[in-house]
Design a protein around this ligand. Structure first.
Ligand code: SF4
Ligand code: SF4
Length: 84
């Protein structure tokens, strides 16, 4: 899972991230004139936004937390109940 973080405190509202993102992950919040992330799933990690943002307020990161895998209870074949 990719996480896109925008520091709203330092965003100047230049809209460059909206323009350069090929996946349309950003939009402008018209009330605050700040960039907001509207679609993290479509990010292809091209890093255009991080590279172009003048105040360097965008951070792209990969959440490398492994998914939770629940073990399937195992029982020996001989102890299985007859389903018929
Ligand atoms: S490029 Fe940076 S400063 Fe410009 S709108 Fe996007 S987040 Fe804000
Ligand atoms: S890394 Fe590329 S695809 Fe992802 S949000 Fe930035 S510009 Fe868009």
């Amino acid at each position: 899972m990719i996480a896109i973080d925008v520091n709203e405190q330092t965003c100047t509202g230049c809209q460059l991230c909206v323009i350069v993102c090929p996946s349309e992950c950003f939009a402008m919040e018209w009330k605050t004139n700040k960039a907001v992330v509207i679609d993290e799933v479509s990010c292809i990690m091209c890093m255009n936004c991080e590279d172009i943002c003048p105040p360097d307020c965008i951070h792209i990161a990969v959440d490398a937390t492994p998914p939770v895998v629940r073990p399937v209870p195992w029982e020996p074949r001989s102890s299985r109940r007859d389903s018929s």
